[in-house]
Design a protein around this ligand. Structure first.
Ligand code: PLP
Length: 353
């Protein structure tokens, strides 16, 4: 595709000089510009880059009532020579359209998605934080805008991408509890889509877990609620006897791009990686046998979130110190290094801008 310049209205004065790079709160500071496109009469039109700012919204706007809203989360960083890069943007473009299909929303063309995020990041490249492990977080999202309260798919939508600089995410290891009352998703539901409503539904369980002193829940599924699904909003990995195991995607598990990249990296390094059903009793048995050496979450935001301890009913499982772990720390270093240009991009995941 020959890229055309997206019509761009630039800010009069950038706000970038006011940013305190050493103190970046997650998701509260937004860069100068955003990309917007409107869907109507069966087509996306009026693609534009404009100053970051408010939308006005009609009270009957369908998204506010029936929740047709989906999103993505991805990151731009700078190589050590200063070149801005995106990691696996095509995978995010594909996934937002898979989410769109499930929620009866229109696809946004994948080449235009990649072009939109590329031009936006190029324009706001000064907003990419310099430190390794930090990034410019991109939030592509789509929502229904018909002014109508009948139940049917909206006929108009807004697709927007804005960006937010985020600091290096020194996530402290998390204490998890196996969720036995609530479910995040079931096969055939919307759990495979990055749908806004999935997150709304997870807030009550997360809150109750936090009240009991945990950081997040381990989601369970399967006929007897015995099968491990995900941790909070991340995919989950276990290392048992040197083998890396992650739940197979069964229609209830979000197909994480970090998850997929981890599997590729691990297999390339000679690890045995198995995608299959993993039941909580097996986790307990491996823990008791001393063969369960690592458990971690995988996602774009934190990359790796180490699990410090897992509570299952009365049973508390405490895992080795992060310093004693191999797989999770290696993956975190690999992805951070890839984004900074210090690790070779042998799988061709980076797109240089
Ligand atoms: C976004 C998300 C993930 C992680 O996906 P990545 O592509 O790796 O960021 C995992 N689980 C859920 C429920 C998610 O929404």
């Amino acid at each position: 595709m020959v890229a055309t310049q997206i019509p761009t209205e630039k800010v009069q004065q950038s706000r970038v000089d006011g940013v305190d790079w050493n103190n970046l709160p997650f998701g509260k500071i937004f860069s100068d510009h955003m990309f917007v496109s409107d869907y109507k009469d069966g087509a996306w039109s009026n693609d534009r880059i404009v100053p970051f700012g408010h939308f006005t919204i009609h009270p009957a706007s369908m998204v506010l009532h029936y929740g047709q809203a989906i999103f993505e989360g991805m990151k731009a960083s700078k190589l050590n020579d200063g070149t801005p890069v995106l990691l696996s943007p095509e995978a995010h473009a594909k996934r937002i359209n898979a989410s769109a299909a499930r929620m009866m929303m229109p696809a946004y063309p994948e080449d235009r998605f990649v072009e939109a995020v590329s031009q936006l990041v190029r324009l706001d490249a000064d907003w990419i934080p310099p430190a390794e492990g930090s990034a410019l977080y991109l939030r592509p999202y789509m929502y229904a805008t018909d002014e109508f309260i009948g139940v049917r798919p909206s006929e108009t939508y807004t697709f927007c991408v804005f960006t937010a600089p985020v600091g290096p995410y020194y996530a402290k290891p998390v204490n998890l509890v196996v969720e036995q009352n609530y479910v995040r998703a079931v096969p055939g539901g919307t759990g495979e889509a990055k749908a806004a409503g999935n997150y709304a539904g997870s807030l009550r369980p997360a809150h109750e877990a936090q009240q009991r002193g945990f950081d997040q829940v381990l989601w369970m599924g399967g006929p007897d609620m015995q099968q491990v699904q995900e941790v909070g909003t991340m995919n989950v990995f276990f290392v048992i006897d040197g083998e890396v195991i992650t739940p197979a995607t069964d229609g209830a598990i979000l197909k994480g791009i970090t998850r997929k990249n981890f599997i590729t990296i691990l297999r390339d390094q000679g690890y045995t990686v198995t995608e299959r059903v993993i039941e909580i009793d097996e986790v307990v048995a491996a823990y008791d046998a001393g063969t369960l050496t690592e458990m971690f979450g995988a996602g774009t935001a934190a990359v790796v979130s180490h699990v410090a301890a897992l509570q299952y009913g009365e049973k508390k499982m405490v895992f080795p110190e992060v310093a004693e772990r191999k797989v999770g720390p290696m993956l975190k270093k690999y992805i951070d290094g890839l984004r900074a240009g210090t690790v070779e991009d042998k799988f061709g995941w980076l797109v240089k801008l």
